[in-house]
Design a protein around this ligand. Structure first.
Ligand code: CLR
Length: 264
């Protein structure tokens, strides 16, 4: 009977423990993701804040506008690839990402890295004059005119504007971008069940953070943003296909290998 008593006590502890255990784990998971996000943000919030009103002059804008299509594409592809590299670093530090197979890690990065860059863009965006931090100063859509894809640029700027309106905290952005990356619905996954388990933990983490911040209603809005992201990225791929048909040599010999590997 004594043993039984201990066992049933154990059992009660067990029934209690998964909850306490998972809560502690989720706190740890969130903390670790926030840390990775911070360490892989290209600029600090204060740095960017200080540069907020540094915009390109008319002459500088004209210089960007008179670049050739392929020169400007190459230039932007390099800037984007830099940003993607930080996202890859971020991914590598997400506890659940490391345990996935190499194949699945690459599959997730192929579809998710650009989406994360676009979410991160909101930190580099000034809604008061609709400009984004690019090449050392803040640039409006007109700076990207020579890319010849004004619809994509307008949509990307709209998206950034919408993200800014949500006024997410650094913690919320960190969890949201981790969730954008680790998504079991992506194509070409080997071990979908495993990705799903990691995704669930991240969803718990995001829900937990939003609840703690008294902003449960944001969850729905964030899922809506995910759908918009998906369409933006297919537009990006479409533009890249269009561009590489016209300038195959530029893409082949001048684009960063990582850009081609992920999007080509
Ligand atoms: C996003 C957040 C990153 C830093 C960063 C670097 C490059 C920026 C990017 C941000 C936002 C989008 C951006 C990009 C360079 C070019 C690209 C401004 C701020 C624009 C939208 C042009 C895209 C052109 C493609 C069609 C090649 O941490």
């Amino acid at each position: 009977p004594d043993l039984m008593g201990i066992r049933s006590f154990d059992h009660m502890e067990d029934a209690f423990n998964p909850y306490r255990h998972s809560l502690r784990n989720i706190d740890e998971l969130c903390a670790s993701i926030v840390r990775s996000h911070r360490e892989t943000s290209q600029y600090r919030v204060e740095e960017l804040q200080a540069l907020r009103w540094k915009v390109f002059s008319r002459e500088e804008i004209q210089a960007y506008q008179s670049k050739s299509v392929d020169e400007m594409w190459q230039y932007c592809a390099i800037r984007l690839t830099d940003a993607v590299q930080f996202v890859v670093e971020f991914a590598k530090h997400i506890p659940g990402f490391r345990v996935l197979s190499q194949n699945d890690q690459i599959a997730l990065l192929k579809t998710g890295s650009m989406e994360v860059v676009l979410v991160r863009m909101s930190h580099f965006f000034n809604t008061e004059n609709n400009t984004v931090f690019f090449d050392g100063k803040f640039a409006g859509t007109e700076v990207f005119k020579s890319l010849a894809c004004s619809d994509l640029i307008a949509s990307v700027f709209d998206f950034a504007h919408g993200m800014c309106a949500l006024k997410l905290t650094e913690h919320q952005i960190a969890l949201f971008t981790a969730l954008v990356l680790i998504n079991a619905d992506r194509p070409c996954l080997e071990d979908r069940a495993r990705v799903q388990r990691v995704q669930r933990d991240l969803e718990l983490g995001l829900t937990h953070i939003l609840h703690r911040d008294n902003q449960d209603s944001l969850l729905h809005k964030l899922y809506q943003r995910m759908a918009v992201l998906r369409s933006l990225c297919s537009l990006h791929m479409e533009k890249l296909r269009w561009f590489s048909q016209r300038y195959p040599l530029t893409v082949h010999s001048l684009f960063p290998p990582l850009y081609k590997e992920l999007f080509g």
